[in-house]
Design a protein around this ligand. Sequence first.
Ligand code: DOR
Ligand code: ZN
Length: 351
Amino acid sequence: MLKLPGLIDPHVHVREPGQTHKEDWDSATQAALAGGVTMILAMPNTKPPIFDAATLDLALGAAKQKARCDYAQFVGAGPNNADILPALASKSAGLKMYLDSTFGELRLNDMTLWMPHFAKFPKDYPLVLHSESRTMAAGILFAAIYDRPVHIAHISLREEILLIRAAKERGIKVTCEVCPHHLFLTGEEPRMRVSGRTEVRPRLATQVDVDALWENLDVIDCFATDHAPHTVEEKDSENPPPGFPGLETLLPLLLTAVDDGRLTIDRIIEKSVLNPRKIFNLPEQSQTWIEIDENAEYEIHAVDQFTRCGWTPFEGWKVKGKVRKVVLRGKTAFQDGKILVEPRYGQNVRK
Ligand code: DOR
Ligand code: ZN
């Protein structure tokens, strides 16, 4: 049995308020616990989006009623809310800025709309950017100009990881995360090109990009799932929304990479516990750990998952390493496939 600290996932789409047929605070936090994740940071592109005091209260109210693991909620940058957000910073996980198009309504097209957020949001709370390719380069330039930390969400490209390495070497305050689907999947398999199940933002990249992420693992600060559940019916429809579930496959995939000699346990602890805690200024969870059977081999199947979305891009994959037990703040929260804590057990870590 391998014992690790509870993992932190800094990038989760809980879907509540507004789209609870995809997921809600109950199902998302059950999926988290089953995956060995004891703290999640929730994204603000809900319906309505979380962009002011009233909508933040809406999300935190639902979380308080339903969450089974610990959490914090991001606020989202909009065209007119830069003045009111600083007052909400201490209640939020941080500020999420959507600089490229993706699922939901929060999108800042014009760089003049970025400026007041960079200028005003308190520097001790992270600014998380959804920014791809050249937009990411612009985001890093903003970090340098405004002299404040930024965290780049879900990097996927060789050019991105190389630029982040160069920016870090120059002392620019930039950190980044990578998602399992960008480490383990490419968009190149013919099977992948046809189906809505391959739709995700950033898109699945090439083998060259995937190799570059693995070769530059030292530059990657965090693993994050970007758990973005859409139902299997939605994914298989004419208009498939982008996004993959990921909370329950994160750790088995990483442990399988350890077994393959591509990763170490220490790196998992660094990128899924220590660095997220530091970057997002999160408290240590006392008496919290997970127990793993490193030798358990099994196949990933959507029917075994707690997420409501009903599918996984890793269906049928053979993995090695199973979460047996999760202890959260002294209480066994998950054991051998069963969730053992009730809704309301989860705590807001920003209080
Ligand atoms: O694929 C994605 N889905 N990328 C995002 O950035 C948003 C997410 C979602 O909310 O569905
Ligand atoms: Zn996301």
